[in-house]
Design a protein around this ligand. Structure first.
Ligand SMILES: [Zn+2]
Length: 151
């Protein structure tokens, strides 16, 4: 039961996310798994929520706009509901958690390689394609060869 703290996190909504440290350069993931912000949110859940919300875990929390906070709140509720029901963070094929321990983990959304970072001292796999914080560009588009207007 998520260490018995899941229901606390279940009650978090947008107002809870607004308490993410906004005045510091804290990364959004660090704020998300900080017990004082959202009780009971573990490392796996934090990564899963950020991946589902398509938010770069290394972004400073204060840089998130309203749309990103809304997406985080939606992802948080959805992930926690399923996790509480399953009694764990389910390692489903459609979840980031279902791939994070693979030798060459791939994003279940776009199929691209997950990047194994460490944030806040915790392993933090994330998808540079889906969570880049900008409009996704098709991989390999263009490819150079543009004529360079030299002098
Ligand atoms: Zn992806």
């Amino acid at each position: 039961m998520l260490g018995g703290q899941g229901p606390d996190a279940l009650t978090v909504d947008r107002s809870g996310l607004d308490r993410l440290p906004a005045g510091r350069r804290a990364r959004v993931k660090a704020g998300l798994i900080d017990q004082s912000v959202v009780a009971g949110l573990g490392n796996l859940l934090g990564d899963e929520i950020l991946w589902r919300a398509r938010v770069d875990p290394a972004r400073p929390a204060r840089d998130l706009d309203a749309g990103e906070r809304d997406r985080l709140a939606d992802a948080l509720r959805g992930v926690l509901r399923d996790a509480v029901r399953a009694g764990c963070v389910p390692a489903r094929p459609s979840w980031l958690t279902g791939h994070r321990d693979e030798p060459d983990p791939a994003c279940p959304r776009c199929g691209g390689p997950l990047r194994p970072d460490r944030i806040a001292g915790r392993s933090t796999p994330w998808c540079p394609h889906c969570q880049a914080g900008r409009d996704p560009a098709p991989p390999g588009a263009g490819g150079g060869g543009r004529p360079h207007s030299g002098s």
